[in-house]
Design a binder for this molecule. Structure first.
Ligand code: FAD
Length: 523
């Protein structure tokens, strides 16, 4: 990538434009690619600044690199000019902006274009670089989301609370999704969540995992040789996540055909017999933009209209994508910078060591963390009501937890991970995103999962060596944060119970909780 003297003498007409494609911008249908242009060079790069800003799961690192390599190959095959800077390329300066400087010199480029990044960190880096890079720079839309970055902020500007449900209804109307011809929600209701809270008894059978298997051992070796530090099981010889659009579409077909009909019923269920149940496993493909949320939503609505899936399943699934996904993005852009530092409840405790091994006697936590390390995946209710629930009850440092979530999941990109972790799960933003902290005692976990039956702890016990830690930690949490939480109208019942609890019981629970907190590593 050293400057080439001849290139400097190029006339302005021959100086190409570089178009940067980030690792989560792998949309082959972007209008950039409508027709090959000889004066455009597409640039993709594998850099240490992206592998190292947090410790990522091994599968996440090579999954993204493999998908980038696929897109590069596809673009080349379509006749586009592509410059791919691999992690072990000797000319790689290991940062996006440093590589751009070198490539501008190398190609004698007159201009750089990039698709607006979804992460504030990269958006900022590219803006700062633009100010002094010496060429014309233009940011274009990534053509991925239903909403603009600031659309949620505008929508909520005059509203007291940022209620996802209100935003979601507005999006349903705006995009005519699950609406009757006269503008009413299909089925006469906006939300069928009450139907979506069943435990899974073992039937219907969970669809088989038909995702293709890839051998990425060579790429993994190359990443290791470069010294990139990762966590989790690489499974490099048998990688199962989609790495291109056609594989992502196959996964969508499979989900619609076999899992969607039961998605609603078992959306909140947890089981040691299945790590994904009826979830779509589409988040990696969506967040790297291999598929568009609109096509996922449309396929889901069509399946319902064709009588293939019940309305509560289709609505529940669409709400996750059209509602939650767009909404958390809006919250992220409205609150950055600064959102990743929030810590409303001033929690400071370090994460227990078993967050990196899964070796805990709590069966639900062992399953949720164990499968996260194995597959770089846990489904929503495991992230929220098992791992996040425990972390909040135990007062774990929300920033350390945010780094952990950002690293471990194959789908973790800060715009979606941070509001979910810090806002929805840890209430670290003081309730902008969640109207009350999402916590529960063992009763909920027992109702929604089959973990408690084989756990070393007893869900019904609150004190003693066999008592499930979630119980004492639950009451201790509400007592500890009484000042901050007791006026929350959604917690009236909890504080009613706490206030009428005999003093002796409360003391016992608090002492049990202290013992758990002092011995987190051995739980
Ligand atoms: P499904 O259950 O099949 O849902 C379909 C799609 O809906 C998902 O692919 C996703 O795109 C979208 N979706 C569902 N819930 C949410 C949500 N709360 N916010 C945004 N989109 C949603 N999702 C990520 O994509 N990246 C993350 O880093 C991430 N971190 C999370 C951290 C915590 C603490 C929590 C509670 C949730 C997090 N989520 C994150 C949301 C959700 O857990 C995942 O999107 C989901 O588990 C991905 O699996 P799936 O594709 O099988 O999802």
């Amino acid at each position: 990538m050293r400057a080439h003297p001849k290139r400097h003498r190029m006339t302005i007409e021959h100086r190409p434009t570089l178009r940067l494609i980030l690792g989560d911008q792998l949309n082959p249908l972007h209008s950039w690619f409508d027709a090959p242009q000889t004066d455009v060079v597409y640039v993709l790069m594998e850099v240490r600044s992206e592998t190292d800003y947090v410790r990522h799961h091994a599968q996440k690192v090579f999954g993204i690199f493999a998908a980038m390599r696929h897109l590069a190959a596809q673009l080349k095959a379509q006749g586009h000019r592509v410059r791919y800077v691999a992690i072990d390329d000797p000319s790689n300066r290991q940062s996006i902006t440093a590589n751009l400087d070198a490539l501008i010199a190398h190609y004698g480029a007159a201009a750089v274009q990039y698709q607006a990044p979804d992460e504030w960190r990269l958006d900022q880096a590219l803006r700062e670089w633009t100010a002094h890079c010496g060429v014309t720079v233009k940011a274009v839309d990534s053509e991925h989301f239903f909403t603009e970055r600031d659309e949620a902020a505008q929508w909520f500007a005059s509203k007291k609370q940022w209620l996802m449900e209100n935003f979601y209804r507005q999006q349903r109307k705006k995009h005519h999704i699950l609406m009757t011809p006269n503008g009413q929600p299909e089925g006469g209701q906006w939300n069928f969540d009450a139907n979506n809270r069943k435990p899974w008894p073992g039937t219907p059978a969970v669809p088989t995992d038909t995702r293709p298997t890839h051998d990425h051992s060579t790429l993994w070796q190359c990443i290791q040789n470069a010294g990139v530090q990762t966590m989790g099981a690489p499974q490099a010889h048998a990688f199962r996540w989609p790495v291109n659009r056609s594989e992502a579409l196959q996964q969508l077909d499979h989900f619609i055909g076999y899992a969607l009909p039961h998605f609603g019923d078992y959306q909140d269920a947890m089981s040691k017999r299945s790590w994904h149940l009826f979830h779509s496993l589409l988040s990696f493909a969506l967040n790297t933009k291999m598929i568009h949320p609109r096509e996922v939503v449309q396929r889901t609505e069509q399946a319902w209209r064709a009588g293939h899936a019940p309305l509560h399943a289709a609505e529940g699934f669409i709400r996750q994508i059209l509602g939650w996904r767009e909404y958390v993005r809006g919250v992220y852009w409205a609150r950055m910078p600064g959102y990743t530092e929030v810590n409303h409840l001033a929690h400071q405790r370090p994460l227990p060591e078993w967050f990196w091994t899964g070796h805990t006697r709590m069966a639900c936590m062992a399953q949720a963390i164990g499968q996260s390390l194995e597959h770089a995946y846990a489904h929503h209710i495991q992230r929220l009501m098992v791992i996040g629930n425990f972390a909040l009850l135990a007062g774990l440092d929300p920033q350390a937890l945010h780094q952990w979530y950002l690293g471990i999941y194959i789908d973790a990109f800060e715009w979606v991970e941070a509001p979910n972790t810090l806002g929805m799960s840890q209430w670290a933003d003081g309730g902008q995103l969640a109207t009350k902290p999402y916590v529960s005692s063992a009763a909920y976990l027992q109702r929604m999962s089959d973990h408690c039956a084989s756990c070393a702890y007893q869900p019904k016990l609150r004190v003693g060596p066999e008592a499930c830690p979630f119980n004492a930690l639950y009451w201790n949490f509400f007592k500890q944060h009484q000042h901050a939480l007791q006026d929350n109208h959604r917690l009236g019942m909890v504080y009613h119970q706490l206030n009428k609890m005999p003093a002796h019981d409360l003391v016992q629970l608090q002492s049990q909780a202290s013992s758990h907190l002092e011995n987190l590593n051995t739980l």
